[in-house]
Design a protein around this ligand. Structure first.
Ligand SMILES: [Zn+2]
Length: 403
């Protein structure tokens, strides 16, 4: 038996006036998703427990079968895992965004989607400057690790820092920075690091060139999502399946690492609109032969939600359908026993540009159970409310598919 879980990050939405009060899922042309919905069973999943933030970390951890109430320790540590950085029990991992600060406000949470090449130069420079004695005296040790585009990491000793109240930068675009860094005592060190990063970055040649080219300056780091390393039971031990994760996002790779799954790196997978859908679909389809379980994640619809870009969201859904699911279906038909689950991890509605904790629409297609399909014919937020699977907690999904 082969199992595929396909995640269109942030794909579900609310009705949008520009789309005649329809959602992108209602408008997009997605013949593959709809066909599997018609021949499969549908329902809704609760991917985010009430006491946790509706982030891709919590939601995807749930979908992979790990109850986040039990296993979630923060976003930073998951991404640290994905980069092969091993932390000790007393080290705290922060997510570190390169952001654009303007007049004391957080102007852009991704510094104009800075390229990985430019970002790496800036992160190297930060490490160099932060290892100077006068800074070490003030903040102690700590190290930046460069990731993809604006998404990086910072690791520092100090268990207590894991409890600090930090804020996701994508939730406070346009707001005064001071409001979100009102810390005291030992925690002030994090504010010092963020403030000193401004000094280090503002006149760097990379930023001078970006400004000269009308691009946003990556003139500050924003630390958030921190935590101690998690310990997840091994996926293969629990389910008896060997499996892989395909994603362009470090966070998701990290969940894979901690779960003991293999990360398949796809050239051209960017975690953004320009991700190479064809390559992702091809790698996913080709890796079926070596994997019983495949977790395929595409970030682009979520990014479209955050930027409020209706066109890009429609395009992202259509490309997932055509290039990713289409290629998977072409290959998976070689096996007569398989199941495919299709769902977003959470909604990222265009109108509010951030994640919500709404139930997400779920289709489970099984090649063995076409005769038991429910009455739902197309994949939308509204239609799947009536699905035969009802409502369930996301961390039960994998178990449900397998048993
Ligand atoms: Zn998001």
């Amino acid at each position: 038996m082969k199992y595929v879980v396909l995640i269109g990050d942030g794909m579900s939405d609310y009705p949008i006036s520009e789309l005649n009060n329809k959602t992108p899922l209602e408008v997009a042309d997605k013949p593959n998703i709809d066909e599997l919905t018609k021949k499969g069973k549908t329902g809704q999943l609760k991917t985010v427990p009430d006491n946790l933030e509706p982030g891709s970390d919590v939601a995807n951890m749930s979908i992979l079968g790990y109850d986040p109430q039990k296993y979630y320790t923060g976003r930073g540590p998951l991404e640290t895992g994905s980069m092969g950085v091993r932390t000790t029990a007393d080290e705290v991992s922060f997510r570190c965004n390169l952001i654009t600060e303007e007049n004391g406000k957080l102007a852009d949470f991704n510094a104009g989607h800075i390229s990985s090449k430019e970002a790496t130069i800036l992160i190297d420079h930060l490490n160099k400057e932060f290892s100077k004695d006068f800074i070490l005296d003030k903040i102690g040790d700590g190290k930046f690790y460069s990731g993809i585009s604006y998404r990086h990491l910072f690791v520092k000793k100090g268990k207590n820092l894991s409890d600090l109240k930090t804020t996701p930068p994508h939730d406070i675009v346009g707001e005064k920075i001071d409001k979100y860094t009102e810390w005291n005592g030992e925690d002030l060190v994090i504010k010092d690091i963020m403030n000193y990063s401004k000094e280090v970055l503002k006149n760097h040649p990379v930023n001078k060139e970006r400004i000269a080219n009308d691009k946003k300056s990556a003139n500050m780091v924003w630390l958030w999502g921190q935590g101690l390393r998690p310990s997840l039971p091994n996926f293969t031990d629990i389910y008896g399946l060997n499996g892989s994760v395909i994603t362009g996002v470090d966070l998701l790779k990290g969940i894979g690492v901690f779960a003991g799954l293999t990360n398949i790196n796809v050239p051209g997978a960017t975690g953004y609109f320009d991700t190479d859908y064809k390559a992702k679909g091809k790698y996913a389809a080709n890796s079926l032969k070596d994997n019983d379980f495949l977790f395929v994640h595409i970030e682009a619809p979520d990014e479209a939600g955050h930027t409020g870009d209706i066109e890009e969201k429609l395009k992202a859904i259509e490309r997932i359908d055509k290039y990713v699911l289409g290629q998977i279906r072409d290959k998976i038909n070689d096996y007569d026993r398989y199941k495919i689950a299709i769902l977003p991890d959470h909604a990222t509605p265009i109108d509010i540009r951030t994640h919500t904790r709404d139930l997400v629409p779920l289709t489970i297609y099984s090649s063995l159970e076409e005769d038991f399909a429910d009455d739902v014919k197309i994949y939308t937020e509204k239609t799947l409310v009536n699905g035969s699977l009802g409502i369930d907690k996301a961390h039960k999904l994998v178990n449900r598919m397998i048993n």
